[in-house]
Design a protein around this ligand. Structure first.
Ligand code: F6R
Length: 661
């Protein structure tokens, strides 16, 4: 949550910062601000609300600076007002800082700094950082303090956060003392006094050729241009300028100058690192003619399924190799007795589909937990339990904390305890990627719309591959059945295409009728119960209409009391094990005057007649139907929100990656 960006080079910084912030706005849009340095001063401009407010303000101001930092905020500490907007400055207004994350010990620091005469202007945790830096610049610690190894002081913290797999390409050279009056040294001292998870960027009027950046448990990537350098919370912010990037690791600090980039660890050791080339081009982060990113991303789903099929499955004709290609070692699976999956939101819904697949195909008992609950009440620890964390962003604080807790409590135990941690993520370079020993990368490409769509489908594909991999290794499914399922999956892209084609106008028409509806109920059973939950979540998060998903059989145990002519019911009725049951549950809703919308391939006969409206999907095996059934629900939510004139890509109060608890 929150996006930060920085630039140093020879071009005008303001436009580059604004363009970068535009690409990061999905991370928060409560306020935005930039600070630049020119003519010996820090110039800071901030505005409440979305980025266009900041842009309008900046139109009135000439800013010739070639160095600057920018921020787009999702409010944590302090109201979303201009005085709380980043960048924040020290008392003398010589240092400006932007932060993504949370400084947990800011209250104590603020009190100490106030006593030393520092004047605070906001309610934020971030503001302690520029004051602390100013304090260390004014009163540098002695040279011996300068090299107090921070690792030892940090180890005393409660620190499931400090789990770092390390970077094999990193070489450490001997300490190269900074001068105690250096900006980087003051920043280093300051961050060693901060508790929490954060990424920061710092500039100062007194060091006009330096941009200092720090990563500690929040993402930060450096971009390398020709005589110019960038930093950002995420690569879309800089991909228009360079594809040579270096993601910082936790506990690293970098000095960017027009001449180059130096990277150190928090102990002051210089690190040698190489940038890598990004496999992303600027058009991937454009709307490409679609009205919203969300609509574009819904339409990208056939391609996502094709990419997943290509990556996860081998040619079925070759009997010498497994049909599934996840590259996971046998040690992850051997003697597996149970699986626990931790996730949040849409990823949690994908995990519920995953549970169904793993239990039904591979016969392994699987539980799905909200990460925010599991981190405080974990299941008993056993050696033969696999823990899976699912997070598209790889940065969700609760999911990371749950996994870190698991990792910590397994330390010191036999190796098989430690091996059994798996992450499923769309961002393998994320914090999750550093935390767990095994990863399944989902292949959605970058998703900008705050509501997850194509990343959900990509997660479903990962779960199909995982469940089939387990089933193959445990021989719980015959090779013929396995081939049948994989062949069925291969048909899915064109079925999604057909669904998109047939339903765009149908859902638009329905949206017209339901734009003012206040409550919706979504029903599903079996493998499609999580899809009912996902349909409800999509609708509520982007249209602000109250919606609930239920297992259809649960309605008569309470929720049916909600139904009347004003509450439409969307029922997912796919032929298979629970089709008749869903139809009869839908009939019960109709008897209470609810208008019924059916997501079903059956468009004739008595069953279909009970629906007032049909959003037809193709006939596919029930086991594969979630990938198709979710598409009309995504479109319905999209069109209702668009019809209501809402900001579909940036719904209120939300941010794409929830990096706070
Ligand atoms: C809903 C949505 C959220 C996320 C949740 C977890 O559309 O996007 O519910 O699914 O915040 O995010 P990740 O998957 O990044 O951990």
């Amino acid at each position: 949550m929150c996006g930060i960006v920085g630039y140093i080079g020879t071009q005008a910084a303001t436009e580059i910062l604004l363009a970068g912030l535009e690409k990061l706005e999905y991370r928060g849009y409560d306020s935005a601000g930039i600070a630049t340095v020119w003519e010996g001063e820090v110039h800071c401009v901030r505005a409440k609300g979305k980025l266009h407010n900041l842009r309008s303000k900046l139109e009135q101001i000439e800013t010739p600076a070639q160095i600057g930092i920018g921020h787009t905020r999702w409010a944590t500490h302090g109201k979303p007002e201009e005085y709380n907007a980043h960048p924040h400055m020290d008392t003398a207004m010589r240092i400006a800082v932007v932060q993504n994350g949370i400084v947990e010990n800011y209250r104590e620091l603020r009190e100490e700094l106030k006593q030393k005469g520092h004047q605070f202007r906001s309610e934020t945790d971030t503001e302690v950082i520029p004051h602390l830096i100013a304090e260390f610049l004014k009163n540098p610690p002695s040279v011996t303090d300068t090299f107090t190894p921070v690792a030892s002081s940090r180890e005393t913290r409660p620190t499931h956060w400090l789990l770092n797999r390390g970077n094999p390409r990193t070489e450490v050279s001997s300490p190269q003392p900074f001068s105690p009056s250096d900006l980087i040294e003051a920043v280093r001292q300051a961050v060693n006094h901060l508790e929490g998870a954060f990424a920061i960027a710092v500039i100062s009027a007194d060091y006009p050729d330096e941009l200092i950046v720090v990563r500690q448990q929040a993402p930060l990537v450096i971009g390398f241009g020709q005589g110019e350098f960038f930093c950002a919370s995420d690569t879309p912010a800089i991909v228009a300028y360079t594809r040579a990037v270096l993601p910082l690791e936790n506990g690293e600090i970098a000095r960017l100058t027009p001449l180059g980039v130096e990277i150190y660890n928090f102990a002051g050791n210089r690190l040698k690192k190489q940038p890598r080339m990004l496999n992303l081009n600027p058009t991937m982060v454009e709307k490409q003619g679609f009205k919203h990113f969300m609509l574009k991303e819904i339409h990208e789903q056939p391609g996502v399924v094709r990419a997943s099929l290509e990556a996860y499955f081998n040619n079925l004709g070759d009997s010498n190799q497994s049909p599934i290609n996840l590259g996971l070692p046998e040690s992850l699976y051997a003697d597996l007795e149970q699986i626990h999956i931790v996730a949040c939101g849409t990823s949690w819904h994908a995990a519920l589909v995953g549970k169904h697949l793993i239990e039904q195909l591979a016969g392994i008992s699987t539980q799905v937990h909200y990460a925010s609950e599991y981190r405080y009440a974990p299941s008993p620890l056993t050696a033969n339990t696999l823990i899976i964390g699912v997070t598209q962003s790889g940065e969700t604080a609760d999911t990371l904390a749950a996994l870190a807790m698991e990792k910590e409590r397994r330390q010191g135990k036999e190796s098989k305890y430690q091996a059994r941690l798996l992450g499923i993520t769309n961002r393998p370079e994320s914090s999750l990627g550093h935390m767990v020993p095994h990863i399944i990368s989902t292949l959605a490409g970058i998703e900008i719309g705050v509501a997850a769509t194509k990343t959900f489908i990509a997660q479903l594909m990962a779960f199909y591959a995982l469940a089939l991999d387990l089933a193959y290794r445990r021989q719980t499914v015959s090779l013929e059945k396995l081939a049948e399922i994989i062949n069925g999956l291969r048909q899915i892209p064109k079925e999604i295409e057909a669904t998109l084609e047939s339903q765009e106008s149908l859902t638009e028409q329905l949206a017209h009728e339901f734009a003012e509806t206040q409550d919706f109920i979504f029903l599903g059973r079996g493998i499609n119960f999580p899809i009912a939950l996902e349909g409800a979540l999509k609708l509520k998060e982007i249209s602000y209409i109250h919606a609930e998903g239920y297992p259809a059989g649960e309605m008569k145990h309470g929720p049916i009391a909600l139904l009347d002519a004003k509450v439409p019911v969307v029922a997912i009725a796919i032929p298979g094990s629970v089709y008749e049951k869903v139809i009869s549950n839908a009939q019960e809703a109709k008897a209470r005057d609810s208008r019924l919308i059916g997501i079903t391939p059956v468009n004739d006969g008595e069953a279909a007649e009970i629906f007032n409206d049909l959003l037809p999907v193709s006939h596919v095996d029930e086991l594969l139907s979630p990938i198709l059934a979710v598409v009309p629900l995504q479109l319905l939510a999209y069109h209702i929100a668009a019809r209501r004139g809402l900001d579909v890509d940036q719904p209120r109060n939300l941010a794409k990656s929830v990096t706070v608890e």
